[in-house]
Design a protein around this ligand. Structure first.
Ligand SMILES: C[S@@+](CC[C@H](N)C(=O)[O-])C[C@H]1O[C@@H](n2cnc3c(N)ncnc32)[C@H](O)[C@@H]1O
Length: 257
């Protein structure tokens, strides 16, 4: 085998549902915190991992994401696996920093640390202002961000099975923390292999993802300075209080009246 050929594609969609986006542990949380809400805006909805279970519960879900590839995969899932949800799920390609939808909401969610993909303070303020414009006074926003104490380490090669094709692939991650920007930059690699992990060929796909870290007091301040009142701050999907030792900071906030 020659030198590996690296293909950079900046979107995880080919492998998303088989690796980064295959978690279900948070789904009961999202169903619980929206149980009394009929219409929900899912910001950074990706391939519909959370929006689809909400739709199955009878909710009307509007999903926005700036990745055409992720939304295409979401649409295909609806068409092929959940055609009964076609009238309930509305998908829009929009950037969360400057979105426009011709309606307002009582409930918005930002699952799975999508808020960590906003790199600068300007991005953060623009996003919260766009949210503010589409949220009724007193409306609820539920979001989660990484707690920066989470130990970030490189991940060695592991084998996974592709959910759509059944093919095996290897994946591994290299990362570095940019201290002055509070940004953790990762390069995620994927390579098809056999069941024993022997690479199929020398093609490696590289996906770069960055995560801006928010320290706990900083995140509280950002939300309050943008017109939100913190109702609950959890450290886990079991709704246990945030103590600072957990991997996540999970917020339920309301827009000031
Ligand atoms: C970690 S994935 C989460 C996807 C989905 N919420 C889930 O729980 O599986 C992050 C998503 O945020 C989207 N995203 C990142 N930056 C965005 C932006 N500025 N505007 C809209 N979507 C964005 C990505 O395209 C991706 O689909």
């Amino acid at each position: 085998m020659g030198k590996p050929k690296i293909y950079r594609n900046f979107t995880t969609v080919e492998f998303y549902d088989s690796y980064l986006g295959n978690s279900t542990e948070d789904i009961p949380f999202w169903l619980e915190v929206t149980k009394n809400d009929q219409e929900i805006l899912d910001i950074g909805c990706g391939t519909g991992r959370v929006a689809i279970p909400l739709g199955i519960q009878g909710k009307t879900v509007y999903g926005i994401d700036n990745s055409m590839a992720m939304l295409q995969a979401f649409r295909e899932k609806i068409n092929n696996q959940y055609p009964q949800l076609k009238n309930q799920i509305h998908i829009h390609q929009q950037d969360m920093r400057s979105f426009h939808i011709d309606k307002k909401f009582h409930t918005m969610i930002i699952p799975d640390i999508s808020f960590n993909h906003l790199a600068t303070n300007q991005d953060v303020n623009d996003t919260l202002q766009s949210i503010n414009q589409h949220l009724f006074p007193g409306g609820k926003l539920i979001l989660e961000v990484i707690n920066p104490i989470r130990v970030v380490t490189n991940q060695t090669k592991t084998i996974h099975k592709h959910v759509q094709t059944g093919k095996y692939f290897l994946t591994w991650t290299l990362g570095k923390y940019i201290h002055d920007k509070q940004i953790y930059e990762t390069a995620n690699y994927y390579q098809y292999c056999d069941a024993q992990g022997k690479p199929e060929n020398d093609k490696i796909t590289q996906v770069n993802i960055y995560y801006r870290f928010y320290y706990p007091q900083e995140m509280d301040y950002i939300l309050e300075a943008n017109g939100f009142r913190i109702i609950n701050k959890y450290g886990g999907y079991d709704q246990s209080p945030f103590t600072g030792k957990e991997d996540l900071q999970i917020y339920i906030v309301r827009k000031n009246k």
